[in-house]
Ligand binder design. Sequence first.
Ligand code: 26V
Length: 752
Amino acid sequence: MNIETKLTSFLGKEIKDATKKELYDALRNYVYEQIQDRPLTVGEKKLYYISAEFLTGKQLGKNLINLGIYEEVNTLLDKNNISLSEVEALEPEPSLGNGGLGRLAACFLDSIATLDMNGDGIGLLYHFGLFKQEFQNNKQFETPDAWLKDNAAIHKTNISFPVSLAGETYQSVMYDFDVIGYKKGHTKLHLFDLESVDESIVKDGIRFDKKDIKKNLTLFLYPDDSDKDGQLLRIYQQYFMVSNAAQLILQEQKQLGHSLRDLDKYVAIQINDTHPSMIIPELIRLLMLEGMTMKEAADIITNTCGYTNHTILSEALEKWPLEYLNEVVPQLIPIINGLDFATVCAYHNNPHLSIIDKEHRVHMASLDIHYSHSTNGVANLHTEILKNQELRSFFKNYPYRFNNKTNGISFRRWLMHSNPELSSYIDELIGETWKENPYELERLFYFYNDEGVLNRLEQIKYNNKVRFANYIKEKEGIEIDPNSIICAQIKRMHEYKRQQMNALWIIYEYLKIKQGILPPRPITIIFGGKAAPAYIMAKNIIHLILTLEELIEKDPEVNKWLKVVMIKNYNVEVAEKLIPACDISEQISLASKEASGTGNMKFMLNGAVTLGTLDGANVEIRDLVGQDNIYIFGRNSQEVINLYNTNGYHSIDFYNGSESIHRSVDFITSEELSKHGDYTLLKELQDNLKNKDWFMTLLDLESYCGVKEVAIYDYENREKWKRMMLSNIARAGFFSSDRTIYEYNNDIWHLK
Ligand code: 26V
């Protein structure tokens, strides 16, 4: 039956007479049927990708693309004067992730399915996910995100396991989320939940009783852990996730008739950061219940598991007090103690290698490295820093276990879906093979001197700016000039990512405009990102940006030339609209601190030019496009590491030593700005910049302002800029997550 007939029968009326919501439901049902017709991928060995986050984004559009019917449906609706993207917009976006780590997991599932690999995801079904961000008085407020209401992407199964938490047994429920690949492949994301969770206990923003585990266990992703009850709740969540995962894995293996002694032959488990690390002692415990010794079980689990590290920030490297673990998961304590004892004996009490430290805290990453056969970083530079600095002692012991897997992104979502005009123009120029072999994008270089092609690329960028301007006008009532240069910094708010440095550039530019020194054309600076509810300094940075936004908006002298927009509740949907419209991609973290970044790759693929430090995957972007197609500034990672090691950075010296830095920092508490904001918060931020500045904002500020100015002037050299756009797109093939997953499989999982 063709799509039109099928949709009409779902609707019970003509397409032209249906509302958008009715069409959304009909399309979703249609897609669901098509997905069920596609067999699940099978194979001798199976991967389980365990992660606290899966930031999947909306499904309808992506599924239509992967089923190969997006164009057909688009044309059909178009014929009836209905816009498919407006129908897609009705789908609530799953709020199951926080940032790069969760979005990476979603791209990976897409690639695993597309490469027809036998691999499932396992995580938790958070009812309110990460909070929803709102702004009031130029400050962030958090409210629950009720994304799950009427969400039809998630299907309840009859699979359920008992999980013992603090001595009580809780019965889980497993929900499934279908993941289909491009043209082929079908796998599942399994999300565990508890029936007794009660959304009504959330009051006053996102507050709830942290002790009421029966009712709160899966309410939120990363509930506030600034007190003991919050930390215990994180442990409850993590164990609930891995206990279910372990039981599911062993049950599936038993059903297949495999001996658990052969687990490593049939199963690969990837531990995404340390949130799922308790899967190691849990599986060892379960194998011991099956009659194995601890040594036997530990050897099997070591050969089964791989661990991915996503950060070197110490606050994110989890260390749980043994006493807390003993409260929640007493059944794991003998195993953890046993594993620690074994490493203490084997490594002569070397404190760098111990699992439990002198303060009786369990280092989850240490557990992972000792008891898995692979530890990987997520970009070359990050892996080198792990090997030579952060995890040096481990690397000396297990050199062969360390490897790099540079992150990647799904081109289905981040080009085909987000930028349909560019995507089909590329098809026109070089055919469609790039969709399965992304390195084919290099063939765009044939057109390096083709004026017609370069102009068309410029036109597509402009069209995407108009599209974005319309979107943001409708969503937030904000006007953006599509003829301005659009610079974007979209990512979680964190001091190491240095949104505050961008804000200081805004002040610097504002003061120049006030003096009559104008930029060659108007500039729009767009921010998007949430701050962790308890992270005061990140919230202060949001406050500074929103206050600057208001000041500039209300100043007719400046607002013709400069516009600042902090987008509310930044998520995958916003990213998909903004990235194709961006000219300058701001990747300005302090060198050595951003493990990889994946936004940087999305911008590049969509023809934005990077303005960044030599951090994370920016280094690999530079190597691919060459010095002439990227704007690099600031100290490199070795210089930064040396400064930390020698205590050699004092921000006050930079403040005192430069007139322009001094002026910009002082402006934060000026009367002009304070009129629009909260003096106390601005002062706190200013003091931090002058006296602490742990992530060295002032160190790179002058270099940043200088190079940003070069980029802004280069933009006027349109011939040069268009070629830079083309070079960035053409060299982005390496960053396909299909390449990344291919490498994980070849080096770690060995599925086939
Ligand atoms: C840590 C914490 C710590 C405290 C509160 C909540 C919270 C939530 C998540 C995490 C883990 C952060 C790890 C992470 O997201 N890393 C990012 O991973 C990306 C994918 O590999 C990578 O591109 C980014 O550079 C890296 O920051």
